[in-house]
Design a binder for this molecule. Structure first.
Ligand SMILES: [Zn+2]
Length: 1003
């Protein structure tokens, strides 16, 4: 027999021992418990309700749990008093009938004692709970959630299981096991040791002595085990393996392992289930840290702690106690692990403000690490926002999912738009759900890109996505690999220890400038358009409501509704979670989120009206209130003036069967299809449309990605264009053209008007979307020769390639932007502003004269099947403004105008702006009262041009002191001063490119 055949045989023997003989010997003895059950038959109930319910006897083997239902099991028993042998431990052993999908994606449960105190969760691979000492009795309740397994379905196949509410239908699970077991700790330990050593063999070169030694030891140990009763022989087998486990690692790479549980705040389960997942996972962690003092566990998302505090105050106190002990580390500072492309700038700032405020109120030891392991790409604004929020480090691993290019670094300085740098780490094991397997530990060293500069990498271990967290088996694997020849060193630690070491040991880390674009999941800029639109509207209304409420507080003494704003922000921030706003959750989530967004909008409208009423008094004068940070409709930024001017639109004139919409600056010609066949800038005397390639064309494509339906647009979509729209009618009004038609199976109507004050042609599209696996784009080919497109991101803008020279350019075939995009050749440009559309593509096209032109396409709608088979079906409205002769400042203005239109109202008084800047490049993004409830006014500005900008700032209210602060509204190390000269009501500021500035006016 040759060496490799012999080694394969040894590994197969070990595998059979690990999967068959040893698991069967894990419990020396078992004993039944008395079980009763109560089916809730609806939404989850409190422990008190469950305790007082009518239970019926149930046997192991019975079916339980229709989709999303909850069953409670009441169990009583007495641990046999002779189960007191050494190296044994009595446990409750539970198998709810789970399949191979893993923890978090199917049935799971939480165990309570008879007083309602949470003990621990029951999950796949973690189905045991320590029982009282032998002779002791117990009475426990188990809250079992019959969550359906949606994850194991093909990521392209529809399922109704994600629909809202508990579903009728057959039970999904069988109560496979629920009994007492006497755990044989020797057998359990042997399983861990054999698992690590046989796993390590796969990571060591076969020609190494170490490899042969381990195999030989495994063989020898296996020879000693009596498969009829392994418990009798494991001790001697362990002694053989112990010699191999005692050999120390060589100096080199160190893996810093941190216990973790990624809990998606909603995904293949509704929000209410996440609340229970948090309780289950955190109870597992508290339970395991009680038993294992070496475990250190990090968890982000203030929202999840808040849920725990509301639902299980006692368990929350336990978490606080573990945090004080240093075993439980709150991280991240954000309200949730949000998407990082789609939320607006102020939203990302509030993720940190609200999140950190919560952590500070309840914990002393939040780790200042921005923690977004799973979001779908990261805006170039993020480093500055994070550093201004007191964050020192950034962690993700998602860019390892790229479908085209391998990201070149694992530890590096990420440099944002404005030049702010943040030390960043991508765990080279490419996961946030490690099990501490020898494979993952080896991968941490093998893939680590900065080997010449550093020796440290991070590993996050614990069941995650649907929660679960670290297990005792993972901790055993970590201990066995702490200092083991053939493996990098491994230490379980606080993530701050890793970041401090990793940033210190690299004297000159590599630098990556700009966004961390994820070359995957490009459909998440489009999926679930209604929720995205709701997000944008909530953001705009929050801006307006906070601004006028601040005015009302400063000028009239009206109470600022801080706690109402906090409640609203908490919801808006939650809905920006990285599987909600991107559109990748089940339909239940969107039904709930969209109802809530509608309520928020209504509430904010009321708040805005109340503040404005307090400001302008009762009267009949026609007033215009402009909450936008830029002048519009003859109203200065932040002012309320008397005006009768309403929106005015350019006139529509017939030209043959076409229509011309025209004002003093521009003229657009619309054909009988509603397409733009001419876009003429009178000032520049320039035509921007090739008549053979009209603009505002709806295009329908087959959109059936090979995987990840709601997430992905595959680049092949472009070859699958469907027949063009068929127009059934055109109606020409005094200042508007209306075209209606059909595209695919969807009816639509477009209203096209020209804003008299600007160059912008407003196109409103209403569509009844009725497609399956299709993508709808709105195309604007132009005769601009642009090599790159400028896209707004939070607090600034960046460029995306139009010309695709490299694989990195090629991979960016669809990208997310905020309120506007812009292309130009020389000084002349075209912009598109939107009211809710986030995703675009930019292509070079060939014009009739053979010259290169540029096409911008907005992605309006998709219709994937998974996880929501009816995603986006039904009625939608989109607003886009297209303008020729537009500069980037014009595009910025257009973005604000379409999102924050001036508001007409009646009242008595005009109101002057509280703050006025004289340089339009400096934009007041947010005005609010301070988060600490004091009387201070907080104003946040940013430099919008990408250059250095000086401005005067006039202050039209009295204050005692002014401070330059960070996003947390306090003095912060990362703040770079901007005030050059200061008088009471007048400052001179100098901002560096894209600098975010927060001023705090103490009053
Ligand atoms: Zn996630």
């Amino acid at each position: 027999m040759n060496v490799s055949t012999a080694s394969e045989k040894t590994k197969k023997r070990a595998e059979r021992m690990l999967t068959q003989y040893l698991p069967n010997a894990l419990y020396k003895r078992t004993s039944p418990v008395c079980i009763e059950s109560w089916k809730v038959g609806g939404e989850p109930v409190s422990f008190e309700t469950a305790k007082n319910a009518q239970y019926k006897p149930i046997q192991v083997g019975a079916a339980w749990g229709a989709p999303w239902d909850t069953w409670w099991f009441h169990i009583t028993g007495t641990v046999p008093d002779f189960w007191n042998e050494e190296e044994t431990q009595p446990e409750l052993v539970v198998d709810l009938g789970v399949n191979g999908s893993g923890p978090g994606f199917q049935a799971e449960a939480l165990v309570y004692d008879a007083d309602g105190t949470v003990i621990k969760a029951i999950e796949p691979y973690n189905g045991s709970v320590r029982l009282p000492h032998p002779g002791g009795s117990f009475e426990w309740y188990i809250e079992a959630a019959a969550n359906p397994d949606i994850a194991s379905r093909a990521k392209t196949a529809g399922t109704p299981l994600g629909d809202e509410g508990v579903q009728d239908g057959p039970e999904l699970y069988e109560l496979r096991r629920l009994e007492m077991g006497q755990l044989d700790l020797e057998v359990w330990n042997l399983i861990q040791e054999l698992t690590v050593l046989s796993g390590l063999c796969d990571e060591i070169d076969k020609d190494r002595t170490r490899y042969a030694q381990i195999l030989s030891a495994i063989d020898e140990a296996l020879n000693l085990i009596n498969i009829d009763d392994p418990g009798l022989t494991v001790h001697s087998a362990r002694a053989i393996l112990a010699k191999q486990l005692a050999k120390p690692a060589v100096e080199g790479h160190t893996v810093y392992a941190v216990g973790h549980a990624h809990i998606d705040s909603a995904w293949l389960w509704p929000l209410r289930e996440t609340r229970r997942k948090v309780a289950r996972t955190f109870s597992n962690v508290v339970n395991l840290t009680d038993q294992d003092r070496e475990l250190v566990f990090a968890a982000s998302s203030a929202q999840q702690y808040q849920w725990l505090k509301e639902d299980h105050p006692q368990l929350f106190k336990e978490v606080q106690r573990k945090a004080a002990d240093g075993q439980f580390i709150p991280v991240g500072g954000m309200w949730v692990e949000s998407d990082a492309n789609l939320p607006g700038g102020e939203s990302l700032a509030r993720q940190f403000l609200q999140g950190t405020q919560f952590f500070r109120r309840h914990f002393d030891n939040m780790a200042p690490i921005a923690w977004l392991p799973d979001s779908f790409g990261y805006s170039a604004s993020f480093p500055q926002i994070a550093r201004l929020s007191g964050i020192q480090y950034f962690l993700t691993q998602k860019i390892s999912w790229n479908d085209t290019n391998v990201f070149p670094h694992h530890s590096f300085l990420w440099q944002g738009l404005d030049g702010t740098q943040i030390f960043t780490h991508f765990p080279p094991s490419d996961t946030y759900n490690a099990c501490v397997s020898p494979y993952e530990v080896a991968l941490s060293e093998k893939q680590y890109s900065e080997k010449g500069k550093g020796t440290s990498s991070l590993m996050l271990f614990g069941w995650g996505d649907g929660g679960g967290g670290p297990t005792r088996e993972m901790m055993a694997a970590a201990r066995l690999q702490h200092n083991l020849e053939g493996s990098p060193k491994l230490t379980v630690t606080n993530p701050m220890e890793f970041f401090e070491q990793a940033s210190k040991e690299m004297s000159c880390p590599p630098v990556w400038r700009g966004e961390l674009y994820l070359e995957l999941h490009r459909g998440t800029g489009t999926s679930h358009a209604q929720t995205k639109q709701g997000n944008r509207r909530c953001e705009a209304l929050l801006h307006e409501a906070e601004l006028w409420a601040t005015y009302a507080s400063v000028l009239t003494g009206k109470e600022y509704p801080l706690s109402t704003f906090d409640d609203i922000w908490h919801k808006v921030l939650l809905y920006q979670f990285h599987d909600i706003l991107p559109g990748s959750a089940i339909s239940w989530v969107y039904a709930e989120v969209e109802r809530s967004q509608a309520e928020i909008m209504e509430k904010l409208e009321t708040m805005i009206k109340e503040s404005l009423q307090a400001l302008v008094g009762t009267g009949t004068k026609s007033l215009i209130a402009n909450a936008a940070p830029l002048h519009q409709r003859h109203t200065p930024a932040g002012a309320i003036v008397q005006s009768t001017e309403t929106e005015t639109w350019g006139s529509a004139k017939r030209k043959g069967d076409h229509v011309v919409l025209e004002n003093d600056n521009v003229s657009y010609e619309i054909d009988t299809e509603g397409h733009i066949v001419s876009a003429y800038d009178k000032n520049n005397k320039r035509e921007n449309i090739d008549p053979a390639m009209p603009g505002n064309v709806l295009q329908l494509f087959e959109d059936a990605p090979t995987n990840w339906d709601a997430w992905d647009i595959d680049s092949t979509y472009e070859g699958m264009e469907q027949p063009a729209a068929i127009v059934d009618g055109i109606d020409i009004g005094a200042d508007q053209v209306t075209v209606s038609g059909t595209i695919g199976r969807s009816k639509y109507a477009q209203h096209v008007r020209l804003d008299n004050d600007t160059n912008m042609l407003h196109i409103h599209t209403h569509i009844n979307w009725n497609e399956s696996n299709h993508l709808l784009k709105q195309a604007f080919p132009t005769n601009i020769y642009a090599t790159e497109a400028t896209c707004e991101v939070q607090f600034g803008h960046l460029t995306r390639p139009v010309v695709k020279n490299t694989s990195w350019d090629e991979a960016k075939f669809e990208s997310a932007s905020q309120r506007w995009v812009h292309i130009a050749d020389g000084d002349f440009g075209v912009s598109i502003a939107n009211r809710s559309t986030y995703a675009y593509d930019f292509r070079q096209i060939k014009l009739s004269n053979d010259r290169p032109g540029t096409q911008i396409r907005a992605s309006l709608l998709r219709s994937p099947h998974y996880p929501d088979p009816r995603q986006d079906l039904g009625e939608h409205d989109f607003d886009i403004a297209f303008g020729v002769g537009s500069t980037i400042p014009d595009a910025i203005r257009a973005g604000y105008r379409i999102n924050l239109p001036a508001r007409a109202m009646e009242g008595e008084h005009e109101i002057e702006p509280l703050l006025t800047v004289d340089n339009p490049n400096v934009i007041l993004e947010s005005l609010k009262m301070s988060q600490d409830g004091s009387n201070a006014v907080i104003a946040r500005f940013y430099e919008s041009s990408g250059g250095t900008s000086r401005t005067h700032l006039d202050i039209n209210f009295s204050y005692n002191d002014i401070k330059e602060v960070g996003i947390l509204e306090e003095v912060c190390e990362a703040v770079q001063p901007v005030i050059r000269t200061m008088e009471a009501s007048h400052l001179e500021l100098e901002l560096h490119p894209f600098q975010i500035v927060t001023l705090r006016f103490e009053r």
